[in-house]
Design a protein around this ligand. Structure first.
Ligand SMILES: [Fe+2]
Length: 406
């Protein structure tokens, strides 16, 4: 165990590894129990919540392992992306694209359920729309991915995994073609579930061993379905087959060792788990984004690729668009735009007063103004709530179209 030293947050420096806080991790927005201070802004964030921290001596190799410098498999220079349009502009386009993508995804899956084949052109067109939107500004589609229809779990899940995978690939610096291929892998990773009886997929209780083996067979069904589909990126076959394999070799269906799991399957495995954990199911309530990321962090190197898990946590961030948050003022609202430079200071639309009554008029606040003192620190985020808390559902809110009125 490395030796740790208690220091005041004012003595924190870039390169230090924070192993312990002066309060419970769960009382803070920090996702990881132990993290490297990579830049000055990390010190600012720690200072918001703590007075003292414990730091470990950290070797350069450990620092490198914790850093986010993960290139593509070919070690080519990662692509760098910037927002091409404002979020307001992208929301309008993304909502149309999202509704179309949702309808096409439902049709593709229904066709498979009825014994038909995969409409590869429809799948590719849908993914291309998602890639274009995410490249213009990822936060609009990330917001959409929080909108779920209770009765369309598998279809919503497939589309969400597609969107989240593209946003993750953007963060990893994949090029346009790789993003399209990865998005397709996300959209089609679970097509095999259409060949598993619906009463097993939707069973509101623990599966029996026999039912569980039927469920696990969706990976083999997916592989077989995709093997016979023409005009599709061939990597989708492997991802459908391998997305439940684990880095510790305890996954299914083949118990592949970690080294035998391809990069795209490792990526989809993380995204798949995150989206499943943050959805309401008949047998479990949705976890908040932070809770899900903490589990992914804890499972790094066991269920998930360790470096990719850390990179995914950075992609989603503390408060992804669509998160329902409570401020120290007691007001409640949805995060609408993340802040890549100051991750704890996103833009929020406030809906409820401190007494939890609806505001007469929604109010958009940019928490980054807390930094220069033009906005009170009472606007700092206190905690994240699951969607539906305080009777606020992102789906109903989006349907009202209110978010478009920036
Ligand atoms: Fe699956």
């Amino acid at each position: 165990m490395p030796e740790s030293k208690k220091i005041h947050v004012g003595d924190l420096r870039v390169g230090m590894f924070v192993s312990k806080l002066d309060r419970d991790w769960l009382d803070t927005p920090f996702i990881m129990q132990g993290f490297l201070i990579e830049e000055e802004e990390d010190i600012d964030i720690v200072s918001e919540y703590c007075e003292f921290v414990w730091v470990d001596a950290v070797s350069p190799s450990k620092a490198a392992a914790y850093s986010s410098n993960i290139g593509t498999a070919s070690q080519a220079k990662p692509a760098q992306y910037v927002h091409k349009v404002s979020l307001q502009e992208e929301h309008k386009k993304a909502y149309k694209a999202f509704r179309r993508a949702r309808s096409v995804t439902c049709s593709i899956l229904e066709e498979i359920r009825l014994g038909g084949s995969i409409d590869s052109q429809a799948a590719k067109d849908t993914v291309n729309d998602c890639v274009e939107s995410v490249l213009r500004h990822p936060d609009a589609m990330l917001w959409m991915s929080k909108i779920r229809e209770e009765r369309e779990y598998t279809s919503d899940h497939c589309l969400n995994v597609c969107i989240l995978a593209i946003a993750f690939g953007r963060q990893l610096g994949l090029d346009n073609l790789e993003l399209k291929n990865l998005g397709l892998c996300g959209l089609l990773h679970d097509v095999g579930k259409m060949r598993v009886p619906a009463d097993i997929i939707d069973k509101p209780a623990r599966l029996t061993p026999k039912e569980f083996s039927l469920m696990k067979a969706h990976t083999v069904h997916g592989r077989n379905l995709l093997l016979t589909t023409k005009n599709l990126y061939s990597g989708v076959v492997d991802v459908a087959y391998s997305h439940h394999e684990r880095m510790d070799g305890e996954g299914y269906p083949r118990k592949l060792p970690g080294a035998g799991i391809a990069r795209f399957a490792r990526i989809i495995s993380i995204v798949d788990a995150y989206d499943a954990m943050t959805a309401n199911r008949c047998y479990s309530r949705a976890k908040t984004s932070t809770e899900a990321l903490k589990i992914i962090y804890a499972e790094r190197g066991k269920q998930f690729d360790a470096e990719l898990a850390l990179e995914f946590i950075k992609t989603i961030g503390l408060y992804p668009p669509g998160s329902l948050v409570e401020l120290y003022s007691g007001e409640i609202g949805f995060v609408i735009e993340s802040n890549p430079r100051r991750r704890h200071l996103p833009k929020i639309i406030l809906l409820l007063e401190p007494d939890k009554k609806h505001k007469k008029k929604e109010k958009i606040v940019d928490l980054s103004f807390i930094e220069d003192g033009t906005l009170s620190r009472r606007y700092l985020i206190k905690q994240v709530w699951p969607d539906g808390s305080f009777a606020l559902h992102i789906r109903e809110y989006q349907d009202k179209g209110l978010v478009l009125k920036f």
